[in-house]
Write a protein that binds this ligand. Structure first.
Ligand SMILES: Cc1cc2nc3c(=O)[nH]c(=O)nc-3n(C[C@H](O)[C@H](O)[C@H](O)COP(=O)(O)O)c2cc1C
Length: 357
């Protein structure tokens, strides 16, 4: 059944999104993802979603204070606007200093991470542990907002655990402290990435705030994005794990929200071509380290190609650009030999084993 966009939703989302005076022309964002959303990946997303807000990986403000050079994860390239540089820490003065550096680097907005569940981060008072310390969280927003002349935004979760869902008060404190947009991942810290994201809570928070709210959690398809927007009343959606090995997603959602038409799904060949471009980009940008990082990306690209386990095992071990290229080019050849017009809409088709016999 084809997907439809209700006239109410289309009308609601037709206007540019106003983030503290900055107008963004797309209602779908690419999430910050550590180890994923580097300049190379963002470039792939950006090509298909030219107007979407994309984010860097999160950057440690204390680390930045003591660093001699700008870390690569904070580098912003030409034509990356609109882009959010995401920072984490619990010290308002370090975050204010880091925010100034982010603006110098070209950040359209500065985002503060108050949702990361990882122990290494929370035990130092950063990420989701700020949900337990709303005074510090508010001081952070005030300090960063006073330090820079771009909008300051926050990405957070529902609360620390099911027993401590504090988001209504917490979000209100952030808004009063000067946050210009809230991205809400509909899980608690205790949930990590498990269970379903609770969009009903996102709806409640949206109704509670004046500032725009972006819904995050479990947006793995255009249909899920539309359902989430309908159910939450949010001002936009942010795609996260659904983009790993699939940089097409943000562009697909953006296209549908703007036109009411679904883009044809990329073929297996399109997806391998994208993987190849990603691999080459990582090599150019990071050299050997880029190849090691490419291994996980490559396996994500092919994760739903049935029977690809052998291929995955080989991709996991690539040491050089040439090894990766050879594997992907071989897979592309097999795809081309066997591709038939009916393959076009089936992006779970197996390009590897279908022709291997
Ligand atoms: C590998 C990985 C890295 C992540 N890195 C960040 C990060 O740097 N900053 C952040 O705010 N969230 C980070 N997240 C959380 C996601 O942005 C998002 O909030 C979460 O995955 C929920 O959305 P989903 O259910 O659509 O994946 C990360 C998640 C994953 C899986």
């Amino acid at each position: 059944m084809s997907l439809t966009l209700s006239p109410e939703l289309q009308a609601r989302l037709a206007q540019p999104l106003d983030i503290g005076g900055v107008k963004v022309l797309s209602r779908v964002f690419q999430a910050p993802l550590s180890g994923v959303t580097d300049k190379v990946f963002r470039g792939l997303v950006r090509r298909l979603a030219p107007q979407s807000l994309v984010y860097t990986e999160m950057v440690n403000a204390t680390g930045l204070h003591y660093a001699h050079d700008l870390p690569r994860i904070m580098e912003v390239g030409e034509g990356e606007d609109p882009i959010g540089i995401q920072l984490f820490d619990c010290r308002p003065h370090f975050l204010a200093e880091a925010a100034r550096m982010a603006v110098d680097e070209g950040a359209t907005i500065v985002d503060i991470n108050m949702g990361c569940p990882v122990n290494k981060i929370t035990k130092n008072g950063g990420g989701s542990s700020l949900l337990k310390d709303p005074d510090t969280a508010a001081r952070i927003v005030e300090a960063v907002a006073a330090a820079v002349n771009v909008p300051v935004t926050v990405k957070t979760r529902l609360g620390w655990s099911d027993q401590e869902i504090t988001i209504l008060d917490f979000a209100h404190r952030l808004q009063e402290a000067g946050a210009q947009l809230l991205t809400l991942h509909g899980r608690t810290r205790a949930q990590g990435f498990n269970g379903t994201a609770r969009w009903d809570w996102i709806r409640r928070v949206k109704q509670h705030l004046r500032i725009p709210v972006i819904a995050n959690g479990d947006i793995f398809s255009v249909a899920a994005a539309v359902k989430c927007l309908e159910e939450t009343g949010a001002d936009g959606v942010m795609c996260s794990r659904g983009t790993m090995g699939y940089p097409f997603l943000v562009g697909e959602v953006d296209h549908f929200l703007k036109t009411g038409q679904e883009k044809p799904a990329p073929t297996p060949l399109d997806r391998i071509q994208m993987a190849l471009e990603h691999l080459r980009g990582l090599w150019e940008y990071k050299g050997e380290r880029g190849i090691r990082q490419a291994r996980k990306h490559m396996t994500w690209y092919i994760k739903d190609f049935a029977g690809a386990s052998q291929f995955r095992a080989l991709l996991c071990r690539i040491e050089t650009l040439q090894e990766g290229e050879a594997l992907l080019l071989q897979a592309m050849e097999r795809c081309q030999e066997g591709s038939r017009p009916e393959d076009r809409s089936d992006h779970t088709a197996d390009p590897i084993s279908a022709n291997a016999a």
